[in-house]
Design a protein around this ligand. Structure first.
Ligand code: GUN
Length: 287
């Protein structure tokens, strides 16, 4: 039997519909600012998608595009301005940043109340404590997809491949909070295939196309593929490839996300949800 395909586009639309209902109850449209440094084509596409979705939904989305040569001080000044603006509820700095900029210093400068990417240490710490926080959009979206298949994760063995601040670490924290037994693996993990084969839930966030083969997967496991590597085609275009060898995995898994139309749409929908959440909290505080 082949795996059920988890349609991220469908789940994202359902979430966006729910966000739209919340939006109309607010006294003003929430504002989202997306900051992009440099000219990486993939980052430009992602940022355009985020701002366009904000506008389509009825938020006020704006992009701050800065040159690769921008200094850390100049970027910090842009963030300070966005922090001070009352009409901006959410700030996202698209990653990766150029090497001359220290990402953690930039994340630390974002007002935690506007940190819709959940990357400020305060929000990351609150997530680890199991307290309410703004949670990074990709792992939040992954968790929603997993729970659409298995609502109760108590005692399930979840394996996360990757330990980045943006996906791997918060993903593990979210799964732990759902009472799963979590194993975090990374580039130095030994016998990774063996560990993955024990997973009821397998999340891969590495960026290495085809890394996860069919024989890494436990029969009927839930497989969530966060990989989005752009691979050049001979005709000059690009294909987006996941970490999972899909054609093999689909023969073994119980449910699996495709790439594209899997995790990607959920990331954007969760960004919209986080922006409305941040706006509601800020509006409550202003009362
Ligand atoms: N680059 C790729 N994905 C993301 C994301 O979810 N947030 C940010 N800030 N940068 C990214």
């Amino acid at each position: 039997m082949t795996a059920a395909i988890i349609d991220g586009h469908h789940h994202a639309q359902t979430l966006l519909d729910a966000v739209a209902v919340e939006l109309v109850q607010l006294p003003r449209a929430p504002g989202l600012a997306v900051v992009l440094v440099g000219d990486d084509p993939a980052s430009h596409i992602y940022v355009r998608g985020k701002v366009a979705m904000a506008s389509r939904l009825g938020l006020r989305g704006e992009a701050e595009i800065l040159p690769d040569s921008v200094t850390e001080a100049e970027l910090l000044a842009v963030i300070a301005t966005l922090n001070a603006r009352d009409d901006i509820d959410g700030i996202l700095v698209q990653l990766p940043l150029p090497a001359h900029i220290t990402t953690l210093r930039i994340m630390a400068a974002i007002d935690p109340a506007k940190d819709v990417d959940g990357l400020h240490a305060l929000n990351a710490g609150r997530l680890l404590h199991g307290a309410d926080s703004l949670v990074p959009c990709t792992p939040l979206g992954c968790l929603k997809l997993i729970k659409s298949v298995v609502p109760d994760l108590t005692g399930r063995h979840a394996v996360v491949i990757g330990s980045s601040n943006i996906v791997g670490k918060p993903m593990a924290a979210l799964l732990l909070d759902e009472r799963a037994t979590v194993t975090q693996t990374h580039v130095h993990t030994r016998d990774i295939q063996f560990i993955c084969r024990g997973a009821d839930i397998l999340v891969s966030a590495v960026g290495k196309p085809g890394l996860v083969r069919g024989d890494w997967i436990k029969p009927r496991a839930i497989v969530i593929d966060v990989g989005t590597t752009r691979v050049a085609r001979p005709d000059g275009g690009y294909d987006t490839r996941g970490d999972v060898a899909f054609e093999e995995a689909v023969q073994v898994a119980g449910a699996i996300t495709p790439v594209p139309r899997g995790v990607g749409p959920m990331t954007i929908a969760c960004l919209m949800e986080n922006t409305v959440k941040a706006a509601k909290a800020r509006l409550r505080r202003a009362l």
